[in-house]
Design a protein around this ligand. Structure first.
Ligand code: ADP
Ligand code: MG
Length: 309
């Protein structure tokens, strides 16, 4: 972590409209006095610890491709961490490793100090293709993960009620997913994930296919859900502004092999908006760093070495 620490940046501190309570949750409209993130980070154990993670893939021509190289990252309980990086830098791979869907070639992934060796109900992955079942009603989709987890029926019904209310979809409980808009389907997927009450939500570019207005609404919703439920979120995006809109911290992954090139602390007041000047200014700083990595990825894609200069 020492090398990464040296590369940390911090954006200016301002008033927060969402304040963290003693229980570690957030409330809207409270006094601006909040736990400083860096102070909070230095306390206690990380929720997720990526300890020297490397991963090599075997390519079709039998060679080995080093996708991730010695990733060191600690994610703190209740933190909203965003991961950005050019296409192909290993962002999805990183989430799959945390989800326990893949094993690293070397290094360890710890969740609450215990090694992750398989998928578990304490972590849940949400991606762009939501994986909702079209033959089930909205309520049944939300119930599904809990059924798999063996939650008793009465409790399942209670949680379906609660989480559908939380994403403002109670009146669509008996609709089928094809009767909903893209944004509403995303909210069903969120309710389904939250209903299994995981500690950590892993989100892989979940809003990339949505129109701008729907995405803005979902940013608000996600921030509110995070505040109300106190979950830890690891959110992958290639959109730097989105990362700053949502994250307490942004980790930039370099292009092949994927390393943590730099970490940024975002101490801007919440709630933020994508079009805030402060968000744009922070984004510009990260974009300068990211552009170098995008050029490397383009150079590899198009075979143009000059782009790497
Ligand atoms: P990102 O999500 O940042 O776009 P990925 O994690 O999907 O990147 O992929 C990282 C790199 O690993 C890419 O070069 C990709 O081609 C390669 N890769 C991903 N999955 C496999 C696989 N199953 N077999 C071989 N190479 C893979
Ligand atoms: Mg990806």
């Amino acid at each position: 972590m020492t090398a990464n620490r040296a590369l940390q940046s911090s954006f200016s501190v301002g008033r927060r409209d969402l304040a963290r309570t003693a229980t570690g949750r957030w409330k809207t409209g409270e006094s601006p006095s909040v736990v400083s993130l860096r102070q909070a980070e230095s306390e206690g154990n990380p929720k997720v610890h990526l300890d020297g993670i490397s991963l090599s893939y075997r390519t079709n021509d039998g060679k080995s491709l080093l996708a991730l190289d010695n990733i060191q990252l600690k994610v703190h309980p209740g933190e909203f961490l965003c991961i950005v990086g050019p296409s192909g830098c290993g962002k999805s791979t990183l989430l799959h490793l945390i989800a326990g869907l893949q094993q690293p070639t070397s290094g360890r992934i710890l969740m609450d100090n215990k090694p992750v060796t398989a998928p578990g109900t304490d972590r849940i992955l949400i991606f762009q293709e939501l994986g909702l079942f079209p033959w089930l009603k909205v309520g049944e989709n939300v119930e599904f993960g809990m059924k798999m987890k063996g939650v008793p029926k009465a409790e399942r019904q209670e949680r379906v009620d609660y989480y559908l209310r939380l994403v403002h979809l109670s009146q669509f409980r008996d609709s089928y997913t094809h009767q909903l808009s893209g944004g509403m389907r995303q909210r069903v997927a969120l309710a389904r994930a939250l209903a299994t009450e995981p500690d950590v939500l892993l989100m892989d570019e979940p809003f990339a296919a949505l129109d701008a207005q729907t995405r803005d609404l979902l940013h608000d919703e996600l921030e509110r859900l995070w505040a109300e439920t106190g979950r830890t979120i690891i959110f992958v995006t290639h959109n730097v502004r989105e990362a700053i809109r949502l994250g307490d911290r942004v980790a930039l992954i370099s292009f092949r092999p994927g390393k943590v090139k730099r970490e940024y602390h975002v101490d801007l007041p919440r709630p933020r908006q994508l079009e805030d000047v402060s968000v744009a200014l922070c984004a510009r700083e990260i974009l300068d760093d990211l552009r170098e990595e995008i050029n490397k990825s383009l150079a590899e894609q198009y075979g143009d070495k000059e782009l790497q200069a």
